[in-house]
Design a protein around this ligand. Structure first.
Ligand SMILES: Nc1ncnc2c1ncn2[C@@H]1O[C@H](COP(=O)(O)OP(=O)(O)OP(=O)(O)O)[C@@H](O)[C@H]1O
Ligand SMILES: [Mg+2]
Length: 561
């Protein structure tokens, strides 16, 4: 079996490591550096540059040079270069590919397998998108692990005798993760995670930028400003004042060049970012609460990520937890080291009797029962796997049909903490057809949620009486922006003709304003949608369902036209 590498795919910087003689070792990039800026440049002729070489183009060709792409993971947004569109996963794949090639050069062997880290607070969709990036880079993704958990693995391996409660506070370029875990002689038991997927050093840069100038749409000026703001922020971690100097940054309205000269003090900076910094307190308290611990129960606070070098961040952590956070791990490299340790546990180069890891799911996962048929419209979030359940986890729930003669059900899958599903994130849906028509509540439907070691959800559903089962990796259609379809054009879709008599009949019934009109309309719309999307299989399914529903209606005499 070939070797497995561990990769920290960060918002600002990325690192790659593997196990050499039982300990994690960082592997250098082409410049001989262990830290690679997460920047990708795509040239006119398709050449791809990554890292420092790409970063040079941020100023000259910002239109085809990408940074901080991780924040777009799973968003469905695309990036454009030379008129071509790229998914964030594709850009991330270029970054991964580069790191792997550097590692191959350093190790003088081919690499096909990897463990990739993600923020603990990444959603299901973001995890899948990260795994996809790995696949696009030609890698077999052996495991997706949480960044703070990786840091705990790194700490745990060097402190195998420790028995301690640990809080990891990881603030990087784009994300905040707080994880509470218990370490017991090499057993790392993650108790709870919390965080914010959209908070990090880049936000502090943007706050400084806004105070310095407003280059509007001048991309080049924006990049210079961003660089200066980050330099200012980093300098202020070590000194009290910093002078920003950006000669001829912009062209003013009068056509004259505008320069920026401004001295920023650490106090200024702390004032500007106060609210953002304070907002990281709640996740600390929430993770502690979920772990059923008080600040005084903590023995170790691990600071991870470049932004934890900011003094007011350190004070906030210290103030909140009442303990002095100590930098017991290398804040820049520890996540990649931990990823390599996880890789070592899988490939067998680290003894998994010495080090054992459990992790949790960061969000509550559940359904919003039920749809279709004649029943109340209010949907309620029904949690199956509560947040911070140890993974892997499996949970089954029995539901019954909600209406008379119901033949199908759509199981909506949500993640979040609100009792109102509308306020949670919809991950997707699973359709189960072929329920024997019967009175309301007679047929049972079993729904099973499985949450695997990668933090990825599998959903199964079955009709208890017939044993018919369907299962799905939850698709991301509910989260990605759906193509906007004009349903009125359905007749132009290929193969639509055969469906015309049925749709016409159903529409007549809808127009007659009967009881079940809403439910029929839902089905008809979905049928039109599948026709437009050329999803023939689904269209056939829906036809069957619509026929069954119309038949049932006629039988019970509710709706004879
Ligand atoms: N001395 C410093 N003072 C303040 N900020 C710093 C310092 N050194 C680095 N940073 C900031 O840390 C961030 C990068 O940290 P890091 O490399 O840990 O993030 P990342 O792993 O790429 O991001 P994430 O984990 O959020 O995906 C950048 O915003 C950088 O400006
Ligand atoms: Mg990081």
């Amino acid at each position: 079996m070939s070797r497995i590498v561990g990769i920290d795919l960060g918002t600002s910087t990325s690192e790659i490591a593997c196990i050499v003689e039982g300990t994690p070792k960082l592997l250098p990039n082409r410049q001989g550096k262990l830290i690679t800026p997460s920047v990708v440049h795509i040239g006119q002729d398709g050449t791809i540059l990554v890292g420092e070489e790409a970063a040079e183009y941020l100023f000259t060709r910002p239109d085809c040079t990408f940074m901080e792409v991780k924040r777009l993971t799973g968003s469905g947004e695309t990036l454009k270069a030379h008129g071509k569109e790229y998914a964030p996963e594709e850009i991330q794949a270029m970054l991964l590919g580069y790191l792997v090639r550097c590692a191959e050069a350093a190790l003088k062997e081919k690499i096909k397998r990897a463990v990739i880290t993600v923020p603990a607070y990444f959603t299901d969709v973001q995890r899948r998108a990260t795994a996809k990036a790995g696949e696009l880079a030609g890698l077999q993704v052996e495991r997706i692990i949480n960044e703070p958990t990786a840091a705990a693995l790194d700490y745990g391996l060097s402190n195998l005798k420790d028995c301690k409660n640990v809080l990891v506070y990881d603030l990087g370029g784009g994300t905040l993760d707080v994880t509470v875990l218990e370490l017991f002689e090499g057993v790392i038991d993650v108790k709870a995670s919390s965080g914010n997927n959209h908070l990090g050093g880049k936000d502090f840069d943007e706050i400084i930028m806004a105070r310095l100038a407003d280059p509007e749409k001048d991309e080049r000026a924006l990049m210079r400003l961003k660089k200066a703001a980050e330099e200012c922020k980093i300098a202020l971690s070590a000194q009290d004042e910093y002078k920003v100097s950006l000669p001829f940054l912009l062209t003013g309205k009068d056509g004259k060049p505008v320069s920026v000269e401004k001295t920023v003090s650490r106090l200024n900076f702390e004032e500007w970012v106060r609210e953002k910094v304070a907002s990281t307190k709640e996740p600390m308290l929430s993770a502690l609460g979920d772990a059923k611990l008080k600040p005084e129960d903590l023995q170790v606070v691990l600071l991870v990520g470049g932004s934890t070098r900011i003094p007011c961040i350190r004070s906030l952590v210290e103030h909140t937890l009442g303990a002095v956070p100590r930098s017991l791990v290398d804040p820049d490299l520890t996540v990649a080291r931990g990823a390599a340790i996880q890789a070592g546990l899988i490939e067998g180069s680290i003894n998994n009797e010495d080090l054992v890891l459990t992790d949790v799911c960061p969000y509550t996962l559940g359904t919003a029962p039920l749809k279709y048929g004649v029943f109340g419209k209010r949907l309620v979030f029904d949690p199956l796997i509560p947040r911070n359940t140890t993974i892997p986890a499996e949970k089954a729930m029995i539901y019954t049909t909600a209406s008379d003669f119901q033949t199908s059900v759509v199981i909506d899958v949500y993640q979040g903490e609100s009792s109102d599903p509308e306020h949670n994130e919809r991950l997707g849906e699973l359709r189960l057809t072929g329920i024997p028509p019967d009175r309301q509540g007679k047929e049972q439907i079993e729904v099973t949620f499985g949450y695997d070691m990668n933090g990825i959800l599998q959903v199964k559903a079955g009709v208890v009486s017939t044993g018919k089962q369907v299962s799905a990796e939850i698709s991301t259609t509910g989260v990605r922006a759906k193509p906007v379809l004009d349903l009125s054009t359905w007749e132009k879709a290929e193969g639509a003709r055969q469906f015309r008599p049925l749709i016409r009949k159903a529409e007549k019934l809808i127009a007659s304003g009967r009881d079940m009109g809403d439910d029929i309309k839902l089905l008809v719309d979905r049928l039109k949608e599948s026709l437009l999307l050329q999803n023939r299989e689904q269209a056939d399914d829906l036809r069957e369902e619509l026929l069954a529903m119309l038949e049932v209606m006629e039988k019970v005499g509710k709706l004879v036209p």
